[in-house]
Design a protein. Sequence first.
Length: 685
Amino acid sequence: MIGLNLSEDLLSRAFHLACFIVGDRNTALRVVTDALAKLEVAVGKQGKRLYYIPTGRPWSRRTRSNGSRNTILFNELHLLQRLIYIESEPYETALEREGSSVGEEELIIHFIKHLTKKTIKRNSFYVTLGLSRLLHSYTTAETMEIYNAVIQDPDRVKDDYYYRSRKGVLVQELKQRFGDLINVCRGPRGEERFQSDDNQHRFVELVRECLDYFTPWQTPCLVPAGIDPIIDGIPSFSAIKENEEDKVEVRRIHAILHPDCFQRLTTNLHLDAPETRLEIPRFFYAGKMNGNGSNNNRRNPPELNDREFEAITSSLDRNAARRKTAGAGLLRIMVDGVEHARIDLSKTTNTRFGLDRDAELIEVRSHDNTGEELLLASHVLTDADEDGIRPVDASIILEGGQKISIHTIPGASETGATVEISFRETNPFRAMSLLFGQLIGRGGSGRLSQAIWNGRSALAPALTILVLAFAVFAIIRYARHKNAPVIEQNLVSANQHASTPNGTEIPAKDNSVTSNKASKTAEISRQHVGPSSQAGNPTHQPGQPDDDTKTESTADTASETRALKKLRTVPLGAVKNVYVEMVGGDAISVQGVRESLSEKISSSGLIKLVSNRDKADALLEVSVSKEAGGDREAIRVVVQLIDARGKMIWSNSNSNRAYRGSALGVTSAISRELVAAIESARQRK
C-alpha cells in the first residue's frame, strides 16, 4: 500500500462517526471501508501524501511521506472525516426517500452533517456563518462579532452584504440537498430562512451531540474564559508566519464547531447562549423524534472485533495488490459518482473537462486484470474564498509505478473550474510498452511521428536503462568470475574470527551468514528505527546476544560498525539524554502531560531531554488515557524507559499499577520516581 498507517484508535473513531450518521452497523462498516480506500489513494499536493501519525495498535506497517498543504490543513485524520461525510450521503438520501422509515432525529443529524460538510470544505468564515446564521438565529451583526473574534485580523473583516450573500449560497445548497423536506421563508430585510420548529428546546442535547462528533478530530480547545476576544485577543488564532495559517485555521474551525468552545466564545462576547438561539428547520413528512439515546446502535455500537478489523485492512491490501498489477487500459473519471470523462490509454494519456463549483470528489477508476473495477486515485476538492474551486496541482504515484496528476484551473465563468487529468508510467519498461501500444493504435506516418515526439520523455530513459542493465550484468559476471577465490578465502577467515561486539569469541553458525553482508546491513538498518521499535518484545532476553549484533568479520564497513554501536544496551544509571514520546490520549491531555513532565524532569538537573531521537540514550514512552469514571479531568498514565535495543530498563507498570489523577499530580509523581530510580542506580555503580 502507498502509505496509510492504520491503528485501532483511528478505525474505531471512524466507525463510531459513521455509525452515528447512518445508524446501522453494516452500513457504517461499508462507509468506513470505502472512505479508507479513497484516503489510501488520495492525491496530495506536489505529489506528497498528507501527514498523520495515529496512535494505538498498528494494523499496518507502512512508510510515511512528507506533509502537504491544502486550503486548510486537512491532514489524513481530517480528510478521513470529510470522506466519511461524503461516503455516507448516498445511504442518507436512500433512507430519506423511503419516507415513513426516516425519523426527525435522523434528519437533524443529516442536516447538521451536511451543513458541516459544506462549510469546512471552504474555511472558518463559512463555518461561522453556517453555525451562527443557519443552525442558530444570531443576527448578521452578531455573526460578524463572532467571526472577528476567531479571525483576529481587522484587515480580513467582511461587510454585512457579503455575509448575507454567502448565507444565500448555503441556503440554496441545503435546499438542493433536502428538497421538499424543508421550507424556505423570508425573514427581516427579505433574507431567506428555513421555516423552523416551534419547540427548539427539545433539540439542545442532540445538536450538542452532533457538533461533538463533527468537530475536527484531535484539535485543542483554545478559547479562554472570561476575556474580551476583541480587545484582549486570542493569540492561538493569529498566524504569525504564513506557513502557520493552515494549522491556525483548523483551530478556528474547532472553536466554532465544538459546543463548549462556541459557548465560551459567545459568553465572552456577551451574546445569548447558543441553546437559546437554536433554529432547527421543521422537517416535513418525517416520523416522530426517536428520543435522545434511544438508538443504541447509533450512539454506542459494539466495538469492532478482530474479524472486522481484518476485513477492512485486507480490503485495502487487496486493492494495493490489484493496483500494482493493473495494466494500462481505459480510465474513467468520476466526479461525485458521475462519469465526466474517459482516457483511452491506447490513444492518449490525458483529458480535460469542466467542473461544477459545488463538486467535492474526483475519482480515477480503471479495471484490473480480471475485469473488476478498481479505484486508482481520488482527490477531495476544496473551495477558495470566493466560492470557487481552489487551484490544484497534485499527483500520486501508485504501487505499480503509475503516476496520476490532477490540475485544476479556476474558471472565469460560472461553471466553476477546468480540470486536467494525466496518466504516466514511471517504470521505463512499462512506459515503453504503453508508448508502442499507442503507436500501433494510432497508425499513419504523421500520427506515428507525433506519438514518438510526445513519448520522447519515456523512450530516452527506457533505452538508457536497457543499455546500462546489459553493461552492469556483464561487469557483475566478470567480477564474480575473477574474485571467486578471494571471496571464498574471506568467508573462511570471517567464520574463524566471528565475535560479539565486546570482543568475546563465539563459534560461527553458518557460512551463509557472513557471505551476505548486504542482508545483515539491511537488517541492522531495519532495527535501528529508534528505541521503541522492539519495546515489549517478549522474545528478547537481556544479556543474550541477538544474531544481528554479531560481528562476523574484521572487514566490516565503518558505517556498519557505527550502526552496531548505536544499538547498545544502556543501564539505568548511565542514562543522561532522554527522548520523550507521547502515546494515546486526546490532544489537550497529551500536550499538558508533555509540557509539565518536560519541565519537571529538566528541573532535576539529572537528565537532559533531547529533541533528536538518534541522540538519546533512552526513550521515555508515556501512554496517556482518560480515567474511567470519576473526575472528567482525571487521567491514567503508564510510563516505560526503553533503551536503543528495545529493552525496558525502568517502568512504573512493573507492579501492574499506573499513575492516576490530574496532569500536575501525575507528572510530579513520574518525575520524582524516575529521578530517584536513576540516582539509586548511579549510587550502586
